[in-house]
Every structure is written in C-alpha cells, then in structure tokens.
Design a binder for this molecule. Structure first.
Ligand code: SF4
Length: 368
C-alpha cells in the first residue's frame, strides 16, 4: 500500500532525494526511483510497498537464510515484498526482485517473466496483522528476505518494533547497500543479518549489480557489527566472475580485520539464471578452494552452501576443534554447546566462547 516515505529530502522544482539506500536517487515529480517502489507525487516521496507482501509468509529453517551461528536449528518466519535496488544479471530470485508495484501497491507487475502471472495480487497486511500471524506460527524469529529489505524500510521498522515487544527477533537478508541514516534506524530493531558480498571488486558491482561500487556494503557491515548485530556473510561464487583466489583472499582478510574472525562466511553455489544463463554452475572444487583460502586467512566458521561437499557443513571450535554442530543440508544431527553462560554459547571441551548465539535445536529430515 502507499505511504509517505521516510529519509528523503525535498529539493528544488519538486524533486526529492531518497536516502533509504546508497543509490540516493534524485527523483523528479511523477517519476519513480531506481527500485521502482518509490514515487514522487507533488514533491512528496511515497513508498508503494508498505505492507505489500508476495504471500502471507512461510516458515523456513534459519539455515536457509543462511544463518548457521544464530539460533541453529530454529524455524524462522520469512516474508518478502517485491523489487530491488540492484539489477544483477545473475539474480537467483529475479521473479520477485525484478517486479515492481502498481500505483497503490496492490499488484506486482512483472515485465520479464511470468512467475505468478504477469500481474499478480500482493497480500496487504498491517504490522499488527503480520505479527499476529507470526505469533500463531510459533516462530520467535522473523526474516525479511527473498527480495531486498533495504527498500522496504518503513514497513520493516514498524514490524520489527512490534516484534521486539513480543520477544520476536528480526533478521535481514540483504545486499547491504544501505545508507548510514537508514542503518542507524535499522540497528535499533534488527538483531541479525546475512549480508551478501556479491564480489570484492568495484568492477563486479558496476558491471553486474549496476551500482557504483562495493564501499557502501562494507560500510553497512562495519556499522551493523559495531552496533552489536550478529553478522554472517554470503558470497555466491560465479565461475570466471568472482572466483579469483586473490579476490577471495582479499575479501576474507577484510572480514577478519573489520568484522572479526568469528564472522561466519558462506560460499554458495551459483546456478545459471535470469540474464546469465551462459555461465556454468559453480563446481564444488571452486567452493572448496574458497573454503581453504578462508581457513588459511583465519576465519573461524567457513561454510559451503547449495551443494553437498565434504567440508563446510559443521561448526567446529576454532580453538580445540571440538565438533559443536553437525549438519547435513538443513538437518542438524548434533548440538554440542555449553549454554550455561547467557552471553555466548561456550565450547563444552575447552570453554572458549563460540560466538554462536541462541539455544540450538536438532532438526531432522531436511536437505538442501
Ligand atoms: S530505495 Fe534506493 S533505489 Fe529505491 S528510490 Fe530510494 S535510493 Fe533509489
């Protein structure tokens, strides 16, 4: 639904500047910003997707986000809207992310494919209606996921605040292309995030994601971490695009130096999709090579996703190598954490903090 946006400035000639994401679009009267979810009408900026959801939500394993070191084995209530501030040629979720809303946010218009029909209805929910659904599901975690949550700022702020009142935690699965202004609001209500590092070069961000560069993503990750959010990083490895070993090493070194070696990284397999169907699937060897580099750099928790691999599944204590969590896909067969200290789970063997947050639960019968 349509609602006046926050974090925008009024400029001359009825133009406005949106400061919700690092694109900082300057939008003329009658036009939309780059994400097509925000419109300037008479010098006022509106979001068209406040409370507009692609469905009434679904329950996912938290490992699917992926978050492996945050409430392992728990279910997370997952919601999404439509649209994105990125237009990646390889988008794995393009049927949602590359749609845009009609004039009042009740329908998704999809020019580039017919995921649910070219013009499908969006579910309209207020924050309190949504929270009631989440409570009924029994989930204690909500994920804003599947499309880019940065552009859903107003709705997320309202939902997340209500969620906290009900002891429900909030998770973002995001490209991290935020602004300091938006981030300062988000850190008040968001508890954890998985940030997608699409690559570690400006060239990739310019060429593939069609934005100016990587720096805003790094700034967001640092700011959120400094404010106490639990952060995990995902890197989708695409053959011949971002799989250069020196680039992966640079990324891992930056994470170690700026977010800390306890920050989990997930190397994820690409499958040909959207406008990049000419690239092959990521070979398991490439993911395992990235795994080795990250371990050499000194990251404690390195995971491999979307494929079956002999490494990158389990969580081991970085100090004594005790097996802490045993996984196969989304199945969790063993949880071995000392949760007697409320701040962090500890290794039951050597007593070091694991930086794995939340009580773990076993889960059976789930694969990728
Ligand atoms: S959210 Fe980002 S892409 Fe959308 S209008 Fe605002 S600055 Fe532009």
């Amino acid at each position: 639904m349509k609602k006046e946006a926050v974090l925008y400035e009024k400029l001359d000639n009825n133009k406005v500047q949106c400061n919700v994401c690092a694109r900082r679009c300057i939008i003329k009267e009658g036009m939309r910003g780059n994400c097509s979810t925000r419109i300037n009408e008479g010098g006022i900026l509106y979001t068209l997707i406040y409370g507009s959801l692609i469905s009434r939500g679904s329950i996912d394993p938290i490992e699917k986000k992926p978050l492996y070191n945050y409430y392992p084995g728990h279910d997370i209530f997952s919601i999404a809207s439509i649209g994105c501030n990125f237009h990646c040629s390889m988008c794995q979720n393009w049927s949602i992310s590359q749609c845009y809303p009609n004039e009042n946010g009740t329908k998704a218009i999809c020019d580039e494919g017919e995921y649910r029909g070219p013009n499908y209805e969006l579910v309209q929910l207020s924050p309190s209606e949504l929270i009631k659904i989440v409570e009924k599901s029994g989930c204690k975690l909500i994920a804003f996921t599947y499309n880019e949550p940065t552009i859903w700022h107003e709705f997320i702020m309202d939902v997340a605040e209500l969620a906290h009142q009900k002891n429900i935690k909030n998770v973002l699965v995001t490209n991290g292309y935020s602004t300091p202004e938006a981030s300062k609001e988000l850190v008040k209500v968001i508890d954890a995030a998985n940030i997608d590092f699409k690559a570690f070069t400006d060239d990739f961000y310019k060429r593939i994601a069609k934005v100016k560069g990587l720096q805003p993503v790094l700034d967001t990750a640092k700011l959120w971490k400094s404010q106490g959010l639990h952060i995990e990083v995902t890197n989708l490895i695409i053959p011949n695009e971002n799989d250069n070993p020196s680039e992966i090493r640079n990324m891992c070194e930056w994470i170690t130096d700026n977010l800390g070696p306890e920050t989990p990284i997930h190397f994820s397999a690409y499958h040909p999709d959207y406008k990049m169907t000419d690239h092959m699937r990521t070979p398991v060897d490439s993911l395992e090579n990235a795994y080795s580099i990250a371990k050499q750099v000194g990251l404690y928790y390195v995971y491999i996703g979307n494929v079956h691999s002999s490494v990158g599944n389990n969580s081991l204590c970085y100090s004594c190598k005790e097996l802490l969590i045993e996984r196969s896909g989304y199945t969790i067969s063993k949880i071995n954490l000392d949760d007697s200290d409320s701040s962090f789970n500890r290794c039951p063997n050597c007593g070091k903090p694991t930086y794995i947050q939340g009580m773990g639960k076993k889960r059976v019968g789930f694969s990728f």
